[in-house]
Design a protein around this ligand. Structure first.
Ligand SMILES: [Zn+2]
Length: 269
């Protein structure tokens, strides 16, 4: 494996017409990936995909904004609670290498006291599951526009739970925020938008090579030069190229570090 996409949703309907071709391109380009669930159903399908391909692994969890009203969820889940039990069975699967995505999102949902409580409770259940299974957390953290509110709460939550390994998914924030997560021992996973300009270069420079990952968040957020089109895991190479440029290092060297980091944090092989 040459490249690693630490966060892809290739189980979503955007890939229903050509998933086999997308997977074939990954195999040809030697790109491995974590297929990330956002609810019970997409988590289950992520596990099924990972079972079928040796270059895929799965993560299972409930997105902070997910309303949990799908038919596979229990009545408790419809009220916004993760029922730990239903994810617990999936989480034990050998190809499940992380718990998530989970976390706090105050961008798409206004952080009223009720919303905060639901998201905090849900996130804490994922922490419990990560600790119980000795698997890392894939964390989504998005503050209200113009604020750092979700990050500030996340620092507190992670400080209080220092035993859990954490990958900060879709890291697109400042050098200062990057340094705080790094001080807590987190890995930072950089997505397509780092190629849009130089606004995240400082955060990339501040992140040591042995603490970074690359991701696509496919089908969303395609990097330049594919910006605006459906994203897919092979485009992770554009993220790696950008990191290499910012760090003035050969692409191969950055790619190797990232594969090794994925191996370490997710325990892949
Ligand atoms: Zn995602």
């Amino acid at each position: 494996m040459k490249f690693f996409d630490a966060h892809a949703h290739i189980q979503l309907p955007q890939f229903d017409t050509d998933r086999a071709e997308v997977l074939a391109r990954m195999q040809a380009d030697e790109v491995g990936a974590i297929v990330v669930g956002t609810d019970f159903e997409t988590s289950k399908v992520a596990v099924e995909l990972a079972e079928q391909h040796d270059f895929l692994w799965a993560s299972v969890g409930l997105h902070p904004n997910h309303p949990s009203t799908d038919s596979t969820s229990s009545p408790q889940a419809s009220s916004g609670q993760v029922t730990l039990e239903e994810f617990e069975v999936l989480a034990k699967h050998p190809k499940v290498v992380a718990i998530g995505e989970c976390g706090l999102d105050y961008y798409r949902q206004e952080p009223t006291e009720v919303i905060k409580k639901i998201q905090h409770e849900r996130f804490k259940k994922h922490i419990t599951l990560a600790l119980a299974t000795s698997k890392p957390l894939i964390v989504h953290c998005r503050p209200t526009r113009g604020t750092q509110n979700a990050h500030e709460e996340m620092f507190e939550l992670l400080t209080a739970n220092s035993g859990v390994r954490v990958v900060m998914h879709f890291f697109t924030s400042t050098k200062e925020i990057a340094e705080k997560y790094l001080a807590l021992g987190c890995y930072l996973s950089f997505p397509g938008p780092v190629t849009f300009g130089d606004m995240y270069d400082e955060a990339i420079r501040a992140t040591p090579l042995d603490r970074m990952l690359s991701e696509t968040d496919s089908p969303f957020a395609a990097p330049v030069p594919c910006r605006g089109t459906r994203n897919e895991p092979i485009y992770v190479v554009e993220v790696v190229k950008k990191i290499a440029t910012v760090k003035s290092l050969p692409v191969d060297e950055v790619a190797t570090h990232i594969c090794n980091n994925a191996c370490t944090v997710f325990g892949l092989w």
